[in-house]
Ligand binder design. Sequence first.
Ligand SMILES: [Zn+2]
Length: 622
Amino acid sequence: MEIGYNDWIMRSFSLFIRCALVSTCVVLFGLSSCSSIKLLLQGGEKQVKREPRPSEPGPYILIFAFDGVGYDQLMEALHSGKAPAMAGMLGREEGYGLYEHAYSVPNAVSILPSTTIAAWSSIFTGAPTAWNGVAGNEWFVREDMKFFAPVPVSVQEMDDNRAMITEGLVSKALKSPTLFQQAGVKSAVSLNPVYRGADYFTLVDPVSMVALYTEFLAHPGGENSPEKVDIYEKLDKESVPKLLDSIEDHGVPKIQVVYFPGIDLYTHLARDPIPMEVNYLETVMDPLVAQILEAYRGYGVLDQTYVVVIADHGHTPVLKDPQHALGTDPNGGPAAAVKAAGFRPRKFVLNPGASEQDYQAVFAYQGAIAYVYLADRSTCPKAGMTCDWKRPPRYTEDVLPAVRAFYNSNKTGKPIPVLKNTLDLIFTRRPTRPGKNTQEYEIFDGHRLVPIWEYLIRHPRPDLIQLDKRMEWLSMGPYGNRSGDILLLTRSGLNRPIEKRYYFSAPYYSWHGSASPQDSHIPLVVARKDFPGTKLKKMVNNVAGLQPSQLALVPLVRALLTSELAPGPVLPIVIRRSDESAVPVAKSPSSSSPSRPTSGVNEPAAAATSNRPRRPLGWATR
Ligand SMILES: [Zn+2]
């Protein structure tokens, strides 16, 4: 058989990753004690808790976590008749999200940015981004001058991706307790990067996983076709026997997360993203769901199991060319704009060299959103000087010149022509001293900062769902500075023609990250065999409230776990951090909705925010 150039590249790369994984292991643990080598090379199970909990009686929670599956795409697959396992789990449809044995929340939304790592971090902590500290697929921790890229978008290096898969980089970065820590029951996670506090984490051969992410990043093969589904299918498919083996060995956990990341990577590179994603749901995912449900039936626990389906975000088709992909060209694009405003931009690399530490502006890309972090340039006026990143930028001398460069480039093409008409909104705010909670982002209107709610009253934007509330989640809190000093939102959404949609990344066929319905409207389904859908609807609504979001998953699972106990108060679990007093993190189902009252998914955000009661933000931090 002839080996093509791309195969050769992938094989060489595979060998490189294998060596890198082994050497990481050697450095970390010492070769003789490195029991993880087998896991790193072949995948399997990692015991996360030193002393795993014993098996417990039901009810059990089985969470299907679908990466990048929008609400409408899941519904299309369910209605097509080609996803019999999922449709059968829900039973007959009765309208308004109600099914014979399920409730599918009709208006659940993601957090912002609607991107993978930020969204799963919020889903599995119940805490918004400014509180859990994981701000995106990439982010910059200014106090440490450290850039994180567990899913690289603006950089090429795969080191953090490898660390996410093999060393729990995302789990470690989280500042809020996870679902598994909060629920305190036997839990297992397949593939999802958020697994801290679970008893077991199962994964496939990490070499294939990193290689697949690398292929996604470099996409040497160009584009996906329905035939090329197999390499992504392999990742999702191979995860199932690993997690079932773990269950065979240790019993059914109270919480099992089944994460399928392949569909997201596939959709980014699919020439006709939306129908091809639906096809992947029907042909790849539905049989895997069937396999797991069948295993639960075989274990004799299916009728004691709540099955939950949730996703991190949807996908919006875009044009795969350098005009629409606002990339990393230092001489034309976002970096050039800050350069024109007199900043030295950081190189788009994971770790700049010793002589490249004098940067004054940093970018982290999230698809439809980019974060721009600025230094106080008075601490590093000359090239070669390292800025004091512990200090916030100065508003007038640092923030405003950069904001104006973006605003003017977008409006007039000056000073940066390629940015003309690419941005929808430019957010910024007055910088906050370290150690203080940051303020919410506001909108720069060319003259001044306008609070989002005020802007939306004057410029209603029903195409940006719950923008004010979700920007507050992103920007206001102890880690709110991780979303930058300026936030750029591109023109995006299905309401615009495809040639008028832009994104921060290399070129792809689809992206996400925005506040548009297509990116933000997610499935949130709870099903249980032989349970009436009406009962499930009541249970979900009690927790998720009128404006359901991803942040409802943790309180929802906790409520489902206690649903068959005699009624009584839910006792808070108390987790102590060294620098503050004990913080209760559990919320009783009745008080668990993390959202302040605003509109439903299809209502104009302006109407929602005109009467905006401020509630104190009470999300716990680690
Ligand atoms: Zn994703």
